[in-house]
Structures are given as C-alpha cells and as structure tokens.
Design a protein around this ligand. Structure first.
Ligand SMILES: Nc1ncnc2c1ncn2[C@@H]1O[C@H](COP(=O)(O)OP(=O)(O)OP(=O)(O)O)[C@@H](O)[C@H]1O
Ligand SMILES: [Mg+2]
Length: 292
C-alpha cells in the first residue's frame, strides 16, 4: 500500500499546495510512483503541473462513487511518475454530498485501498485551508498529515487552536475503533523570513509542541524565497528550478532535506543520483534564469 500524506491546515495560504506539489514532484524524480490528489474544491494543485493526458473525471467521481477509483479518474502529468486526480467540484457540492453520508470519514481511506492505487509508492493529498468534510475524509485517509505553519503569531495561534482542534475531533471518533484514528501530524515551518523575529517565533512553535504526543515539528524549515512562486508560475518542481548546490537554503537542498526527514531510507541520496542529468525535462538552474 502507498504511504498517504495529507496536507492540512485550518488556515488558508500557509503553503499546503506549494509544498504538496513540490514534495510530489521531487518524489517522482526519485523514481517513486506518485499520485497527487487535489481535494481542495478550488483547484490549484490540479493546475500546478501541465497534464500529458487529462482523465474524463476527477475527485468528484472518486468521492461520489463512494471511494472507488477507476482509470477514468487518473490523469497523467508531464512529470514522469506523477499522476493526478484533479478537483472538479468547485461549487461546494461535494462538501454537501459528504455531509449526508454516514461513511463520509472513511470514503477517502476506502479509495486508498482501491486496486488502482496500490502500485503507487506515495499519495499526496492537498486540501482546502478551512474545516470541512472533505478535509476530514482526507485526514482520515492519511498515514500522516503535514500542516505548514508560517512563523508569525497569528498562524501559530491558529495552528494550535484550529488544526489541533480538527485532529482532536477526528481522534474522538477513535471510540468507534482503531480504524477511525487519523494519522499523526507533522508541523512544517514554511516561508520563514530571514530575521530575528521569525526565528524567535519558530522557536516558540517548537517549544509549544515539544513532547506533544501527536504533533512533531519537523526539523526542516522552508525559508521564504521567490523561487517557490516562480517555479509554480513556470509549472515546474522547485528543486529543478532553484538548483544552487553551494547555497544551503536553495530549494534544491531544502526539498532534499524534507524528503530525507520524511523518508530516511533516501538520506544523502539526491535525485541526480537517480535521474540522468541530461533529462530534457530538467529546467535550467535559477542562476541560469537570472533568479538567484
Ligand atoms: N516558502 C515559500 N516562500 C515564498 N512564498 C511561498 C512559500 N510557500 C508558499 N509561498 C507562496 O504563498 C502563497 C500561498 O501558498 P499556497 O497556495 O501553497 O498556500 P495554501 O496553503 O495552499 O493556500 P490555500 O489555503 O488558499 O489553498 C503562494 O503565492 C505561494 O507561492
Ligand atoms: Mg492550496
């Protein structure tokens, strides 16, 4: 069965889609088979990478078929090894549909058990920054969740009250048995500015969750950098876009750090060791594009 990673937060704009797309992109470059699922009713992960083959259906079919996954719901992106279930229910109808289903929390988890999903090594699910049934079913399907957090006071507070509240809600359902328990939550400090204030706040976030049973703050810190938005505009994974090997904070290094922390068996292996350097889909470095 694939490892299922859901990006969640009750706050919008913290970097869920950016990090989900880039994690999916770098894992695909490691040669893993990766499926990205856009479970945000406002499709943004769906548009992150160009499609090679667009399926006739997307998330709507997967959910309303009760969590069965057919080939007509899986699109192929231009990135080798990276497939997509796109979001196609922008009007909120899916949230309403789920609300009426008694098995709503289990629908995405059921989808993860579908035969077509089994060949994937990793499934990355992006969700909307709010509380809703779609987010909950995505949370319940996850082996673990990643919740990006921007080190400012507002989102540190929102993180603990909102995201942890959602986690508590889900775990309360554990009364129904172990299978209802949602995965652990990894907080990932994202878009950290290079100033003292941001560093202090990041330390506060770490202290706040030190020793927490269900929450781990990842060691990897994603700095605030123009490359993340620029790579998204270019529809490329950021590790291909900003490949400065001598700069510790380049997206190349940061994304590798993240992978090594999440998948320790890949430690010290770079995608270059797996993919030939002359792969034509590899973008020129940021320096070459004058971005560095
Ligand atoms: N590390 C970063 N450095 C600089 N900009 C970033 C970084 N991460 C994300 N951004 C930018 O922040 C904005 C919000 O990011 P993103 O859309 O990924 O957030 P989100 O959590 O998915 O938002 P929503 O809740 O609306 O879905 C985007 O413009 C993105 O380019
Ligand atoms: Mg998003």
């Amino acid at each position: 069965m694939p490892t299922v990673i859901s990006f969640v937060s009750t706050k919008g704009g913290v970097g869920k889609t950016t990090l989900a797309a880039n994690l999916a992109g770098i894992l695909a470059d490691y040669g893993m088979r990766v499926l990205a699922i856009d479970a945000d009713i406002q499709p943004s992960l769906s548009k992150f990478y160009p499609l090679l083959e667009q399926a006739s259906c997307g998330l709507n079919a997967v959910i309303t078929r009760g969590g069965s996954v057919h080939a007509d719901s899986i699109s192929r992106t231009i990135i080798d090894n990276l497939d997509l279930i796109y979001s196609d229910a922008p009007d909120g109808s899916l949230q309403n549909w789920l609300r009426d289903r008694e098995d709503r929390l289990m629908i995405m988890r059921r989808a993860m058990a579908a035969p077509l999903i089994q060949p994937y090594n990793v499934v990355v699910i992006d969700t909307q920054g709010a509380v809703g049934e779609l987010q909950k079913t995505a949370a319940m399907a996850a082996d673990y969740m990643i919740s990006p957090i921007k080190p400012d006071t507002l989102s540190a507070g929102e993180f603990s009250s909102g995201t942890l509240g959602m986690l508590d809600d889900l775990n309360r359902l554990a009364d129904f048995g172990e299978k209802f328990r949602s995965g652990d939550l990894y907080a990932l400090i994202n878009a950290q500015e290079r100033n003292n204030n941001a560093r202090v706040l990041a330390t506060v976030v770490r202290q706040k969750f030190a020793g927490h049973r269900k929450v781990r703050v990842l060691d990897t810190v994603v700095p605030s950098a123009a490359a993340y938005a620029a790579a998204a505009t270019a529809q490329r994974p950021v590790h291909r876009y900003d490949r400065r090997p001598s700069f510790a904070n380049s997206a190349w290094h940061v994304m590798h750090q993240l992978v090594w922390e999440l998948f320790p068996s890949l430690k010290d292996i770079y995608v270059d060791d797996v993919i030939a350097d002359d792969d034509p889909t590899f973008a020129p470095s940021a320096a070459e594009e004058g971005l560095a």
